[in-house]
Ligand binder design. Structure first.
Ligand code: SF4
Ligand code: SF4
Length: 179
């Protein structure tokens, strides 16, 4: 299980970034990536009929490139051997350098392409997982956005639900004025 909050921690998913999953398994894969507390948060949100939106924009702080976690086929990486295997299978992941472990033993990485100014050294060729950051699954997997990040997660009522409610109101008003 991942910690509920990781300040300044970015979660990357190799599986998702490779786009190799078969669609029917998406939800199962999604649940596998949840932490226990993340699963409770997810279920509560669904029970309240809310959905998650990503708001804000990137301010270029570079925090998500300097301290991040990686997810392999068997979950968040703890094993150096697993990381070596990933680098061998997917050479594009050689840009990531291990900088330690967190208190729960998960490996922490820095991206060697991140400049001192926090920019991507090869922005046009950055990985898909970088392009997709922050993924909504981060909120439920035990990770969190870095404090300096310009994005934020927002739990909102889905637009369709609000629209239907307004349509019902208008329809009821029309019925009442006719009677
Ligand atoms: S490839 Fe670029 S965007 Fe991706 S982690 Fe490295 S520096 Fe950041
Ligand atoms: S604002 Fe967020 S997405 Fe942009 S570089 Fe900082 S941590 Fe990464």
């Amino acid at each position: 299980m991942r910690a509920p909050f990781y300040n300044g921690f970015q979660s990357h998913s190799i599986i998702k970034s490779r786009g190799e999953k078969i669609h029917i398994f998406d939800n199962i894969e999604k649940l596998r990536g949840f932490s226990f507390l993340g699963l409770i948060k997810y279920l509560l949100m669904r029970l309240q009929g809310k959905s998650l939106l990503v708001g804000g924009s990137c301010n270029g702080c570079g925090s998500c490139c300097r301290r991040l976690s990686l997810e392999g086929r068997n979950g968040w990486l703890r094993s150096v051997r697993d990381f070596k295997r990933i680098k061998s299978d997917y050479p594009e992941y050689q840009r990531f350098e291990m900088i330690g472990r967190d208190e729960q033993g998960f490996l922490i990485f820095n991206c060697s392409w991140c400049t001192d100014e926090g920019d991507c050294g090869d922005y046009d060729n950055r990985l898909l997982l970088c392009r997709n950051f922050p993924e909504k699954s981060l909120k439920f997997s035990g990770g969190s956005l870095p404090l300096s990040c310009g994005y934020r997660f927002m739990e909102v009522e889905p637009f369709e639900k609000s629209l239907n409610r307004e349509i019902r109101k208008i329809t009821n008003n029309e019925k009442n004025s006719d009677s």
